[in-house]
Ligand binder design. Structure first.
Ligand SMILES: Cc1cc2nc3c(=O)[nH]c(=O)nc-3n(C[C@H](O)[C@H](O)[C@H](O)COP(=O)(O)O)c2cc1C
Length: 546
């Protein structure tokens, strides 16, 4: 097996180097601390001392809209007015705390968006014009999850807001995401950059789904340079010991007006450099270890410019699915990672197909409608316990145009065949019939959750092609798509009455070997498991907010 078959261009070499160096191998894990240094454990909550805090509402969970309704254009809610209540709802359903857990004297918060190791490197920002009940002047705010409030970092005049939002639909506001890499690096060392980008994708998925519940759409605005996002969000100002690296900017628009959106003018973004920024970021740890992540992230900053992204030649078709009763916000707020799977629960075949159908980026359907590029990730599934389906290795081709490339890359597969009862519109194939439980566990760093569930999966990204086409800055974007799929699968599992868990710890090349992948055309970026959970009865659950 030759993982260094390609000689990437010099500009891509650092990406390929990082990707190879941060693979977990049977012989050695990627470089990391190897122990938990509790003395330097980062504070999970960033605050801007001195910035005014606007409290948001903690909104009671409602039966409407139904979870399934937001995925069907005909049944999605009409656009809610933008005001204090709806902004509260959006953040409550996407980036807020969902519970506190207690074990003995120890207490820790869980959130709506999942995060590797519950370390939560992702920070959220709101950039808006005047909003009824929230603010009279346009402002840039940092979202304080523990308080469920907005810290006002800067206010600016309506003229600048009008220039910034010119051509966007009435009711548009912007959401920014940044990462504090140290939070993940503290525990996971060099590989942590990958987890930060998974987490950014989970947050993006959570925001897209929460916005859909309000009749809004999140759309990634990918023309600005990363440096311009830092200026807009105020993270280029003198920072605390732990820098925040801007990841992405989203426009939130009413669903009926989510067509073509204008480009944010460079001059308007530049004007944010001279605002009077309020508040100083808190220090999260007394000392740090440099795992090279800030240097690497700096090499992945996107330059300014609209990109001629590749689109589907044949867009995925929606699977026609019977609607189910669960309420959207109940699913969102009860989402939890399974810490153990029962090794028994069997998933009905229809539910399995239903979940997989949801992961297809059908045009206009959340959460993938936020992305300006076509899907680049495919799912290699290890099916353990799905009723009336043979155990084995399956493949969901999320872009049918990649079928031939995948057939060529997956050299270990038997002839591909459609599984029994599989809807015509679902590009799912059985590649090998086998009991893959032991392999699933071994490849997921010996974690039983990968073998004791109904199925586990690896997210295979088209890798060398998109990186060569776009540039190094597309590397994090592949992980964002992986995180979005993960956040969606979490909710799909809740809706099916079971549970799931993201798996960032896996042995990369051994998984490639199982599939017969011999080069960088496709690479495995993220694993996931779905199954019947075993609750940890030692833990007490407390409400997210008093
Ligand atoms: C990118 C990512 C990687 C993860 N990797 C693992 C893993 O390897 N093993 C595991 O047990 N849980 C893993 N998790 C689950 C997290 O530990 C879990 O999301 C976190 O503890 C917060 O709990 P919650 O999901 O219930 O909110 C991962 C989650 C994410 C988002």
């Amino acid at each position: 097996m030759n993982q260094r078959d390609l000689s990437p261009s010099p500009r891509l070499q650092p990406v390929f180097d990082y990707h190879e160096e941060t693979k977990h191998r049977f012989e050695a894990f990627a470089s990391g601390p190897g122990f938990l240094d509790w003395a330097t454990q980062p504070d999970p909550f960033r605050r801007y001392a001195g910035a005014r805090l606007i409290r948001l509402e903690t909104v009671a969970v409602t039966d409407e809209p139904r979870y399934d309704a937001i995925f069907t254009p005909a049944s999605q809610p009409a656009a809610a007015p933008v005001n204090h209540h709806s902004i509260s709802q959006l953040l409550y359903d996407s980036l807020a705390l969902s519970a506190w857990k207690r074990l003995g004297e120890t207490r820790w918060a869980l959130r709506v968006n999942a995060s590797s190791g519950n370390l939560h490197p992702t920070e959220g920002y709101l950039v808006c014009g005047p909003v009824t009940g929230l603010c009279e002047r346009p402002m840039v705010c940092h979202y304080a999850a523990k308080e469920h409030g907005l810290e006002v970092r800067a206010e600016f005049d309506t003229g600048l807001w009008n220039t910034l939002s010119a051509g966007f639909p009435v009711g548009t506001f912007f959401v920014g995401l940044t990462s504090i890499h140290w939070r993940e690096a503290w525990k996971y060392g060099q590989r942590a950059y990958r987890y930060c980008m998974h987490d950014a994708g989970h947050a993006l998925g959570a925001l897209g789904i929460a916005a859909a519940g309000l009749g809004w759409r999140m759309r990634l605005l990918d023309e600005p340079a990363t440096d311009e996002l830092a200026t807009l969000l105020g993270t280029s100002q003198p920072q605390a010991a732990e820098p925040e690296e801007p990841d992405m900017l989203l426009a939130c628009v009413p669903v009926q007006q989510a067509g073509e959106l204008p480009v944010l003018p460079a001059a308007a973004l530049q004007a944010f450099a001279s605002l009077a920024w309020q508040g100083s970021p808190n220090r999260l740890s007394p000392s740090h270890v440099d795992w090279g992540i800030e240097t690497f992230a700096a090499r992945l900053r996107k330059p300014r410019g609209a990109i001629a992204y590749e689109h589907f030649t044949t867009p995925p078709q929606p699977c026609v699915l019977p609607p189910r009763p669960p309420a959207l916000r109940r699913m969102i707020r009860q989402r939890r990672s399974a810490v153990a799977m029962d090794g028994q629960t069997s998933l009905p075949r229809e539910d399995f197909y239903h979940m997989l159908g949801r992961t297809l980026a059908v045009p206009g359907v959340v959460p993938f409608a936020a992305l300006p590029w076509k899907s680049h990730l495919h799912l290699a599934l290890l099916v353990h316990r799905v009723a009336d389906l043979p155990q084995g290795l399956y493949l969901l081709v999320r872009d049918p145009a990649q079928t031939a490339a995948l057939q060529q890359a997956l050299t270990q597969a038997d002839p591909w065949r459609k599984p029994p009862g599989c809807p015509e519109s679902l590009p799912l194939y059985c590649l090998i019939e086998t009991d893959a439980r032991a392999a699933a566990r071994q490849i997921a760093c010996q974690q039983d959750i990968a073998s004791d569930g109904c199925f586990s999966l690896a997210m295979l990204a088209e890798f060398s092609g998109p990186l060569a086409r776009y540039g190094p800055w597309f590397y994090p974007r592949l992980y964002w798509e992986a995180g979005m799929i993960g956040q969606l699968l979490y909710l799909e599992a809740e809706a099916a009455g079971i549970r799931s868990t993201g798996i960032g710890c896996f042995f990369d090349d051994p998984m490639h070997e199982v599939l017969g992948i011999e080069d960088h055309t496709f690479q495995d970026l993220y694993h996931f498991t779905v199954g019947g959970p075993v609750e940890d009865s030692r833990l007490t659950t407390l409400p997210a907010y008093d």
